[in-house]
Ligand binder design. Structure first.
Ligand code: HEM
Length: 675
């Protein structure tokens, strides 16, 4: 396609769009760190200024009034215009910015979506945005330029503040707004002269001045303003909690959904050895966490004690902001589905090694069998060593550390028992084992693995990935086997208890393996339609990680409730999995929910892989590995659940898994496993 044909057609960006592009920080994939309330005020300021430039409102220092109520056609502007037009008294810009600031988040969402649609921004998994390198046509008459729109705007504004060029009114307002957010110093090298010029430009235009003064006025006293707008967070009593059937069956997402139904999306729960904890549950708070969580919530504190147990500090799940974005980008290939696809033959081989000895009548404890089967694959594929002999110790240590330091359900000395000291040795054994097979000579010609990526990052950027973090990072790779193994046992449980699905998955598996082992890229959506929808439904009904913890770093208002700075919150991201209005008839296992037009998983209510910036990086890898294993089992064996009277319940801490009582019995060998 020619550059002209590809060129972005947006001759005219609105002020909110230009502001968002100016504030975007390519280093962290989101905005420059502007406090949330200040950002909200600036965005509303941009909307008001745009309405004024489009002659819908007029404003000076004392008043803001509507001069033309007709719609602009821009969904970010029109609802605001309508609200102002409805007001009987004349108010000033300060009033409107304060009153409308809580609506800024939806305007930011709309604007980001529109900029992605226009190919001006690129959206990355984990809610990161970067400037897309599309050709850009600044006006209808100029030739498209091969620069990103964001760079174009930033260069234009840079020239205005660093030279004597005369800005137009739109540019003056943009400069005022960015200045209000106090981020010019992160974008340009400012000397005294440039700072004076910014001040001078900001005084040039009355609209810009009145709006930015109103923004500044509001931004300076956010807490006072917020307090009287918010509702009291309801506290759930212990009795209310214990009455729920889901406390007994261990179904945490269903419990959170039930509590949100009774008490609303933000509530407090009593904790055994600590202050009551704030919980967020519902599709709206999921959406908020996805889009805005990073401005207010941080992962560092909740993870600090846990990573310290491994001698680590600043590992991927504990990082925030630009460092997190950088490490996530660097590690993405190691966790990608493509990496696993490239090793499909090895994956089949290891899966078959585990199944080779299965005979009719054998029975296995589900959890243990599935975790070991998955670790038997993940360990050689990600760190190129076998770790089955130390896997039990790695698991026991990690489960205890999670229970003590994340769930806070056991006291600190529980980490120091002789048994724990013994299991801790497995971590050093693993590190030594992995290092011993990763010398350059040994790795020559081998497909790249996760350990290669970690060692090379440690060499090239020892601050981002210090050697002291390797014990954690390498054992975390195997700990993923616990999550994936538990998901596998629940998928097998769902298959073994629903013979009609078993038969459909087997048909897909037989077709897949009919002509020998398929390539990794053969698992296309059409080829695994039933299996994929089956796994998707299992992850809805049996999500392994039902909730995530964060600490509030900037106080904020969610669904009308204020989250105070410093509070620890639990985001029950999977609660909507059991909400009737998100997944109708939520206790029914139904894989047709994912077919058009229902597509019930397409909103923020489906979140087995978490939300926002820390969304599971291995999710696509996990889906493929899960499907391959389920299909191989269905291709070779019929499993049934034992004991016959088994009643399904979860063991929910520290992550969800089937109860220890669940066993699988081999009922039939459909085809021998090739050796
Ligand atoms: C059924 C299996 C799995 C489930 C349910 C799951 C779920 C999750 C969830 C909910 C998070 C976000 C945690 C938070 O926000 O605090 C997460 C993060 C992560 N997961 Fe998974 N996961 C699974 C398997 C895997 C596998 C197999 C891998 C590796 C191949 C993996 C790699 C990661 C990584 C690297 C992160 C951290 C991402 C970040 O902090 O930016 N996961 N996972």
């Amino acid at each position: 396609m020619s550059v002209a044909a590809e060129a972005v057609k947006t001759e005219h960006l609105s002020l909110p769009e230009e502001l968002i592009l100016m504030l975007l920080n390519e280093e962290n994939g989101y905005f420059h760190q502007v406090p949330g309330w200040q950002l909200n005020c600036a965005v509303i300021g941009a909307v008001l200024a745009e309405l004024s430039l489009q002659s819908r409102i007029d404003t000076d220092l004392e008043s803001l009034f509507v001069v033309d109520e007709s719609e602009t056609g821009d969904p970010a502007l029109d609802p605001i215009l309508k609200t102002i037009a409805k007001e009987s008294r004349t108010r000033n810009a300060t009033y409107w910015i304060e009153r409308l600031a809580l609506r800024a988040e939806s305007i930011i969402d709309l604007t980001l979506d529109r900029l992605v649609e226009e190919k001006i921004l690129e959206h990355h998994e984990g809610e990161f945005w970067t400037l897309a390198s599309t050709a850009w046509k600044p006006d209808p008459y100029s030739r498209p330029r091969e620069v990103t729109v964001g760079h174009f705007i930033k260069t234009r504004i840079g020239n205005l503040i660093l030279t004597d060029m005369i800005p137009d009114p739109r540019e003056v307002i943009l400069i005022c707004l960015v200045n209000t957010c106090d981020v010019f110093r992160f974008m340009f090298k400012l000397d005294e002269e440039a700072e004076e010029r910014i001040e001078f430009i900001c005084r040039m235009d009355l609209i810009g001045r009145s709006i930015s003064e109103a923004v500044l006025h509001n931004a300076s006293a956010p807490l006072l303003r917020r307090a009287h707008l918010t509702k009291q967070i309801p506290a759930v009593g212990l009795r209310d909690l214990l009455r729920s059937p889901h406390v007994r069956d261990g179904n945490l997402p269903a419990l959170f959904a039930e509590l949100a139904g009774k008490h609303g999306p933000v509530f407090k729960l009593p904790m055994p050895f600590a202050e009551p904890m704030i919980f967020l549950a519902g599709p709206e708070v999921n959406h908020w966490t996805n889009r805005h969580g990073r401005m207010y919530l941080r992962a560092r504190e909740y993870f600090a004690d846990f990573e310290k147990v491994y001698g680590a500090s600043g590992v991927l799940p504990a990082l925030d902001g630009a460092d997190h974005f950088r490490l996530r980008k660097a590690m993405a290939p190691a966790y990608s589905r493509r990496r696993l696809q490239g090793q499909a033959d090895e994956l089949y081989r290891h899966a078959r090694e585990s199944m080779a000895g299965w005979k009719v009548g054998d029975s296995f404890q589900a959890r243990r069998m599935c975790r070991h089967m998955i670790n038997g694959q993940i360990s050689p594929l990600s760190v190129s060593v076998d770790s089955q002999d130390i896997f039990d110790d790695l698991m026991a240590y990690k489960e205890r550390a999670l229970t003590v330091h994340i769930m806070k359900l056991l006291p600190g000395f529980a980490m120091k028992t002789p048994a724990m000291k013994r299991t801790a040795r497995a971590i050093d054994t693993l590190l030594a084992r992995v290092q011993s097979v990763h010398t350059p000579a040994q790795r020559a010609g081998c497909p790249r693995d996760l350990a290669d990526d970690l060692f090379s990052l440690n060499a090239s950027d020892p601050q981002l990935v210090p050697e002291s973090n390797l014990r954690f990072a390498l054992s975390a790779a195997l700990i993923a086997s616990v999550y994936l193994g538990d998901a596998f046992s629940l998928v097998l449980y769902a298959m073994a208890t629903q013979p009609e699905y078993y038969a459909r998955i087997r048909r897909e598996a037989d077709a897949m393996f009919a002509n020998g082992d398929p390539d990794g890229d053969a698992f296309t959506p059409a080829a695994v339609d039933v299996t994929h929808r089956f796994v998707t439904e299992c992850l809805r009904m049996y999500p392994i990680v039902p909730a995530s913890m964060r600490n509030v770093m900037n106080s904020c208002v969610v669904e009308g409730y204020e989250l105070p700075v410093g509070a620890r919150v639990t985001i029950a991201q999977t609660a909507p999995h059991y909400m009737e209005d998100v997944f109708p008839d939520p206790f029914k296992f139904d894989i047709d929910r994912y077919l058009p037009p229902r597509r019930e998983h397409r909103g923020p209510g489906y979140a087995p892989s978490g939300l926002g910036t820390h969304r599971c990086l291995g999710f696509r890898w996990m889906e493929l590995q899960l499907m391959v294993n389920v299909m191989l089992v269905a291709h070779h064996f019929t499993l049934e659940v034992a004991p016959e009277n088994y009643k399904h319940r979860f063991s929910p801490f520290p992550s969800m898994k089937p109860s220890k009582k669940l066993k699988f019995r081999v009922a039939e060998t459909v085809r021998e496993v090739p050796v």
